[in-house]
Design a protein around this ligand. Sequence first.
Ligand SMILES: *[C@@H]1O[C@H](CO)[C@@H](O)[C@H](O)[C@H]1NC(C)=O
Length: 739
Amino acid sequence: MEAFPLHQIAVDKLSVYINRSHTFIHSTVLICMIVYRVSSFLFNKDSQAIPLIPWLLIFSSELLLGFIWLMKSAYNWRPISRSVFLERLPPDDDLPPIDVFICTADPVREPPLKVMNTVLSSMALDYPPGKLSVYLSDDAGSSLTLYAIHEAWDFGRLWVPFCRKYAIKNGCPEAYFSTTIDDHGNKIGFQEEQKNIEVEYEKFKESLRIAGESIGAKSSQDHPAMIEIIGSKDPVIADSDDAKMPRVVYVSREKRPSHPHNFKAGSLNVLLRVSGIISNSPYILVLDCDMYCNDSTSARQAMCFHLDQKMCSSLAFVQFPQKFGNISKNDIYDAALRYIFVVMWPGMDGLRGPILSGTCFYIKREALYGRSREKDVDLVQLKQSFGPSNEFLRSLKTKRTSHSDNKVVDDQDSGTALLQETRFVGSPTYETNTAWGKEIGFLYDSVVEDYFTGFILHCRGWSSVFCNPQRPAFLGSSPTNLSDTLIQGTRWNTGLLEVFLSRFCPIIYGLGRVPLLDCMCYAYFSAQPLYCFPVWCLAIVPQLCLLNGIPVYPRVSSPWFIPYSVAFLSTLGIHLWDVLRTGGTTRIWWNEWRVWMIKSVTAYFYGSLDALLKLFGVKEASFVPTNKVADGEQVKRYQLGIYDFQASTMLLAPLVTLVILNMVSFIWGIGKSTLAGGWGELFGQIFLSFFILIVNYPIIEGMMLRKDKGRIPPSATLFSLACSFLILLFGYTAFFYRS
Ligand SMILES: *[C@@H]1O[C@H](CO)[C@@H](O)[C@H](O)[C@H]1NC(C)=O
């Protein structure tokens, strides 16, 4: 076994070389820039010196950008990629069992058919069926979802054996039937069988549609616990064929308006306890309900790491990238979050491992049980941490290897008692005065429970790996319009900045607990919303200075101009390199700049405001704007690479205001330098405005040239005009007024 490792890593040597050179050059020029800022302020006594307030704003923006860049450079230190050797895994009998957790919360936004496709795809994982249990958490307690999972089970009894028989990699029926060529290049041999299954699938869909009409997609925030092992009650079904089926469990935890339910982390913790009693598998796959398994071998791929003798004692989870099936080639909204999964996670993988990313990961159950699990801890202490369920406490001590060890569930009477117990651990009061959510399970301290839980796991000495195979292991769909992208971003960024401003701030809490570079990676991720400050400042202050004839950057002929131009070019350059080496195009590179600016002045900005308000105790206030209803045209425009600006004015106004302001300053600057017969000292500022304008050209177009429904509404433009006027007025009186 030692001689044949289950996986191997490849360090991207060229990248390491280029990245580290960039880090060296960039830090040198940053120091020069700081020296210039300070000295030009202290020693420049002429009338054109920058007044104090603009100087402070520009300098602190530059410092903050420098700080965030420094944190970010940790991702570039040692990017690696991994490959696995499935054929070297132990025989099926020796593989450990796996529980799959799928969470859904709203039968309207997450239609049962889609959720069931995810359930079916995970039932069809290429793994011994006796060692696979699929748990669906339905937080809405919807009878439609319960009905759907029964139907899915019935269809699954045909689908799962079919997938196994023909080694179908894509276990999601909807995706499978919508393609014309299968994984093996259209096998003719099972055409007939394939058609039959397709007919059954259509019937299954139809039954859900009819049920949707009669039952209705209702969700409830006030309902008792409802836990059911699907298929096991029906005596007819309990025939030998079912040995080929994984176990499927429907879990709807008890919800009461009077008790906090802690969102997704709360339902994952209920699943941890319920599954602990029912199957207690040592490994868990967590999936969002819209992320189906696109490669049935992902479980085996994950086991190549979890079963590796050398790393398994410290390995907490294997993270797969989130990939999306509905991303267009140019992806103008960066809906794929490309940079995270092709640059940042592989970068962290070369350190202690990637950040836990909410979905698509195989995690070790033991890692989630915290420190309180040591063998010699007595029962009283265990009860204090894990709650009073004896059945669950017993599960902490035992390891089950497959269904067949699990006599209790199959026996009718004790089966009923067991279900009773699962309802008990699924009640909202179960966690009162225990360590759930504080030290055990998924943690409640932050709304970005994945990021936070992963961070704490790393702090406790666990590691993780990033597995990014050629064929996407999981596929989902991502919102592909401006409004949804920014609103989602605002929520995440509130959570991330909250962590940064809390006592768990990665650079403070993490120091000494995780290696410095990992600390920096975590810090960057949570500090990202702070980009809003420098981006806002640098899109306003140098421009106001320009209008007042005050230079803020060195003249082109000055040696101080060199660090500024090097910093600018090396930032553009390293990003271009990152995009190109990971399979992107120059167009994507340019898009990512635009999306970054757009997010900085909206999602990061509102997210930061929210986080700050919460910090100061204003809990109710929220800057998360409301969703606009999407229409079919939006999807079309996205695919054509045309921006669709149907979003609330709250999101549009900052963008349009800044663009107008920069247009004014650019035109003014050009006019002035033409009259003066040269750029003089104002080149830097004129160029900055120019850069902002060309990056954001689609906004100018949406504002002035387009007439379609996706343009920027004139009302938003007018409002923004008023805003820019106010900024000009305010800037003039506050910054430059000299008595
Ligand atoms: C991608 O999927 C999301 C969520 O289902 C949907 O809102 C969006 O319109 C889809 N985009 C495309 C281009 O199909």
